[in-house]
Structures are given as structure tokens and as C-alpha cells.
Ligand binder design. Structure first.
Ligand code: F6P
Length: 544
């Protein structure tokens, strides 16, 4: 929307941010000690505490007014109605249909997609039962012990994260993931695997992605070198929307699990892209993952904005980004099993909202997505938290904590939780020079040594965070958590008036990689700049 930064809701927020400039988060607690009662919301078992954000009640009202001004309710209705909200590709973004129960009604261009969705789900469940039960045999008659998912981006990050998050309860074949075109990854994964007991899932929406096809061909050579070409039917299945390319590769359509153009790559873990997760976890657990996500969909669709978790998270992120000047957003899951969550969210958020033009193609004059980064606690406390506490720029944090552990080490779970809560409190409170002085004096420090020491030990505090609590990291809660962040991404895109569902920004690099690869083989390269030509020369020389 041209003129967003001149719109009434935006201007009111800008002014309010200025008014709040002198106010610390701690002072907001002083005037409203029980502010957590107002600044918290709960749905689908997830509890959000946003009381440690640098915003007061009026600021929140103004954010809700911004959401109204930007037509969030209408856009949400359009999203759920299967309209072509992905306007540059004329497609719906209908990942919610993938996790809806069989009897739900989801239509794209007048076609009820639920029969298609559950048709593929049923086939995947039947296939999983065969593989997991040992009925599916490899070319030499042995059951499958290892499954390798070959895919990249959305065809890798979602299922990789889900399988890792729930591996405590995985009871299927071992699963492995290969994404990078760097042959080191495939080589490392294949090391120690037996072709006779290994099943490959080639996962690619387009089935043309360079990295995936190179890895798939290499895997196929590895497999057929020992088992023969005829073995491919027993050791390779495909997940794709492109049947022609799957068949060209040599995989029978009977061993292909399809999905649809209305499933964006980074929103696809719920689709056939989840096949590897179903093999690892079984249909029942995968079903609960879907159910948790569906419950969050229903919450997002129907809860009032002031209690709506994705709406609140999206608006608060916009507040920090557009009115408090944050340029990054830190994600700190206090759960080792969520170690791939940040990587998944980086693609989701930055491929969706890393845009510089609005829906009409006009350049925006406001920040869109902040850079998303982070890592699991407590490791991150011993790595980058120094900067979060004392760096000159403010980086808002989302703390994510499952309350119950999936392991028996209860003492360590308590320590983990204590650290999580302590970090958000410390970021907010900080420590004044007077407090530091008193502490150091109590330790006997005085004079010049005392004065020198103080500034290095001061924490300005006033650093905002959200805390999200999950009952535990089970399939249902994980599904809800992932859907929460998916919808948060959508909410932000509506605020920023951008299309969250295309990704043209990845194309130029892909195109140039083709020219550079051709030039490496001695074909062309004249259109390349002198820097790239010189680098290319060195790469060529090293390979000679
Ligand atoms: O990086 C661009 C992208 O198109 C992603 O959006 C997608 O998840 C990934 O490549 C993989 O694409 P495909 O599933 O078609 O191989």
C-alpha cells in the first residue's frame, strides 16, 4: 500500500514510540505490576507472555488498529478461502488444508481439495506401514533399515526439523537428510549405509532443483553400482508436483507422492514432503502433528485479535522492527531437540517476508523482515548472549521453553528452565552503575580500579522478549508451534503489504550459477564481471 508510513495508524504508532522512548520495560511493570495478566495469551496448550515487550496498553491498541487498517481480518479470510493470495504466481497458499480433518471443506478455484489431500495421506500411511512393518523389501529381499531424504530448502528443513525434534519417540527406520550440493554431505551420509537396505526419497516440488537432482543422480549411481539399475523401483521413491520429471528420472508414478502448486515449499512439511517424517514417526504421531497445527489454524482464524497468538506475535515483531528500530530477531529455543527450528524459521520468515516491494510492486520505505537468527539455550548463552545483554543495538528475543522434559534428567530440566527465565529477566532488568558499584565495593574494590571496572559491568537492560511455553515437545504441541510461526509470518506480511508466498529473490543466483558452471566447462563466461572471471580462473586452475 503506497503511503503506509503516512497512514493514520502508522503515524500514531510512530508518535507513540517517541512518547515511550524514555520509558523502560521495568517502569511499565512498576505502574502495572500485574501486567503479565494483560500481556499474555494462551491457545492450543501454548502460553505466550509478552509482558517483557517495550509496549504499553495504548501501544497495543494502536498495533491492533494498524492490523485493522491493513485489512488483516479480510486477508485472513481470503487466505482460508483459498484465494490466490500469492498474486505474482496466481496461487492460493493453502497449507492449512493439508492438516485439516477429512470432513473439512477447503476449496481452491471451486475444487474441494480434501479428497486429494487425504488420498495422498492414505497412500503415504499405507506405504509407511509397509516400510516400517518390513513388508516393503529391497532388491535383495531385505527390509529397509535406513531412509535418506534428498531435498533442499522447504523440501529438507521442515522434515529435518520435525524428525530431529521428535526423535525421542521415533520408532521407524533411521532417517538421514542430504541437502547440500557439496558432495561431502552425501558422502558422509552414505558412509556406513548398505544399498540393499537403504531407501531414498527424492523430495522436490519442481524436480528440477540443481542440488537435489545432482544428489539424486549420485545416490542412484551408488545404489545401482551394487544392486543394478533394475533396483531403482525398490530403493527410490519421489515426492513432487512434477510427474513428468519424476518418470524421466526413472521412478514409477506408483512410487510418487504428489502435492499441489498451492503448497509453498517452506509451508510443505505437512504435505507429502512429510513422508520421511511419517516413516520415522509413524502415521499416528504424524496425525497428531497435523492435529496440533490444525488447532492453531482454527485459533488463528477465529480468536479475537487481542488474544490471537499469531496476531500478537506478528504485531509485536512489526512494533520492534518498524517503531523501535530492531533489525534482527533472535530465536532461543530452550530445548536441544529444537536445534533445527531456527534454520526452518529462517527460510519461512526471510524467504516469505524478505521483500523490498509491496503487493503492487512499489518499493517500500519501511523495514520488512528482520534477520532471524539464534540457537538453542543454554549453548547460546555462552556464545552470542553477551551481545544481546551489552551490545549497543537491541535484538528482541523469542524464548521457547517446553515445560516437561522428554528425558529422565529432571534436575537438568529445572536448570534449563531456570536459565531461560533468568535470561529474559536479565535482558529486561539490566544492572545499573549504582548496583555494580555496591557489588564491587562489597568485594573490597575501591578507587581507580573500582571506577574503571564499573562501565564494563553495567547492563542497560530494557531489552524486549517474548516467552512461549509448551506443555512438552510432543507432536501435537510441535504442530501448534510451527503453525503459530507460519501464521505470524502471514500477519507480518499483511502489515507490510507484501506477498509472503513468492520467492523471486532466489532466481538470479540460480541463473548465474548455471552460467558460471557453463563457463567452468569452457563455455561462455564473457558476460561475467572481472572479479568473478578471476575467481573462476582460480577455481579452474585448482581443478586442472
Ligand atoms: O530456494 C528456493 C526454493 O524454491 C525454495 O522455496 C524451495 O523450498 C527450495 O527451493 C526447493 O525447491 P524444490 O522443492 O522445488 O526442489
Amino acid at each position: 500500500m503506497a503511503g503506509l508510513t503516512e497512514s493514520p495508524a502508522w503515524l500514531a504508532l510512530r508518535q507513540h514510540a517517541q512518547e515511550l522512548q524514555g520509558r523502560s520495560i521495568a517502569s511499565l511493570f512498576e505502574v502495572e505490576p500485574e501486567r503479565v495478566q494483560r500481556c499474555s495469551a494462551e491457545a492450543v496448550g501454548l502460553y505466550l507472555d509478552y509482558s517483557k515487550q517495550r509496549i504499553d496498553a495504548r501501544g497495543l491498541q494502536l498495533l491492533l488498529a494498524l492490523a485493522r487498517q491493513q485489512g488483516l481480518q479480510d486477508w485472513t479470510a481470503r487466505l482460508f478461502a483459498g484465494e490466490a493470495v500469492n498474486s505474482t504466481e496466481h496461487r492460493a497458499a493453502y497449507h492449512m488444508a493439508l492438516r485439516a480433518p477429512r470432513e473439512a471443506r477447503f476449496q481452491v478455484a471451486g475444487h474441494d481439495v480434501m479428497a486429494d489431500v487425504h488420498g495422498v495421506l492414505d497412500r503415504m500411511y499405507a506405504f509407511a506401514a509397509q516400510v516400517r512393518g518390513g513388508a516393503w523389501r529391497g532388491a535383495t529381499g531385505e527390509p529397509i533399515s535406513d531412509v535418506v531424504n534428498i531435498g533442499i530448502g522447504g523440501s529438507d528443513l521442515g522434515p529435518r526439523m520435525v524428525c530431529r525434534a521428535l526423535d525421542e519417540v521415533a520408532d521407524g527406520p533411521r532417517v538421514h537428510f542430504v541437502a547440500n550440493v557439496d558432495g561431502a554431505q552425501l558422502t558422509a551420509v552414505l558412509h556406513g549405509l548398505e544399498p540393499a537396505t537403504t531407501l531414498f526419497i527424492v523430495t522436490s516440488k519442481t524436480f528440477t532443483t540443481q542440488e537435489t537432482m545432482a544428489n539424486a543422480q549420485a545416490a542412484r549411481r551408488w545404489s545401482s553400482a551394487l544392486l543394478g539399475e533394475h533396483a531403482i523401483g525398490k530403493h527410490f521413491v519421489a515426492v513432487s508436483t512434477n510427474r513428468a520429471e519424476v518418470e524421466k528420472f526413472g521412478i514409477d508414478a506408483a512410487n510418487m507422492f504428489g502435492f499441489w502448486d498451492w503448497v509453498g515449499g517452506r509451508y510443505s512439511l505437512w504435505s507429502a514432503v512429510g513422508l520421511v517424517s511419517i516413516l520415522a514417526l509413524g502415521p499416528e504421531r504424524f496425525g497428531r502433528l497435523l492435529a496440533g497445527a490444525h488447532a492453531m489454524d482454527e485459533h488463528f482464524r477465529s480468536a479475537p485479535p487481542e488474544q490471537n497468538l499469531p496476531v500478537l506475535l506478528g504485531l509485536l515483531n512489526a512494533w520492534n522492527t518498524n517503531f523501535l528500530g530492531a533489525r534482527t530477531q533472535v530465536i532461543a529455543p530452550y530445548a536441544q531437540d529444537l536445534e533445527y527450528f531456527v534454520a526452518w524459521l529462517q527460510q519461512l520468515e526471510m524467504e516469505s517476508n524478505g521483500k523490498g516491494v509491496d503487493r503492487a510492486g512499489h518499493s517500500v520505505d519501511y523495514a520488512t523482515t528482520p534477520a532471524v537468527w539464534g540457537d538453542v539455550g543454554t549453548n547460546s548463552q555462552h556464545a552470542f548472549f553477551q551481545m544481546l545483554h551489552q551490545g549497543p543495538t537491541v535484538q528482541p528475543v523469542d524464548f521457547i521453553l517446553p515445560l516437561r522434559a522428554s528425558h529422565p534428567l529432571q534436575d537438568q530440566q529445572r536448570m534449563l528452565a531456570a536459565n531461560c527465565l533468568a535470561q529474559s529477566a536479565a535482558l529486561m532488568r539490566g544492572k545499573t552503575a549504582a548496583q555494580v558499584r555496591a557489588e564491587l565495593q562489597a568485594k573490597g574494590l575501591a578507587g581507580a580500579a573500582l571506577e574503571e571496572a564499573i562501565p564494563h559491568r553495567v547492563f542497560t537492560g530494557n531489552r524486549p522478549s517474548n516467552t512461549i511455553l509448551l506443555p512438552q515437545l510432543d507432536p501435537y504441541s510441535l504442530g501448534a508451534l510451527l503453525a503459530l510461526y507460519e501464521h505470524r509470518t502471514f500477519v507480518q506480511s499483511v502489515v507490510w503489504n507484501i506477498n509472503a508466498f513468492d520467492q523471486w529473490g532466489v532466481e538470479l543466483g540460480k541463473q548465474l550459477a548455471q552460467s558460471v558452471l557453463a563457463a567452468m566447462g569452457g563455455d561462455g563466461g564473457g558476460d561475467l564481471d572481472s572479479s568473478t572471471r578471476a575467481l573462476l580462473g582460480r577455481v579452474r586452475d585448482a581443478a586442472a
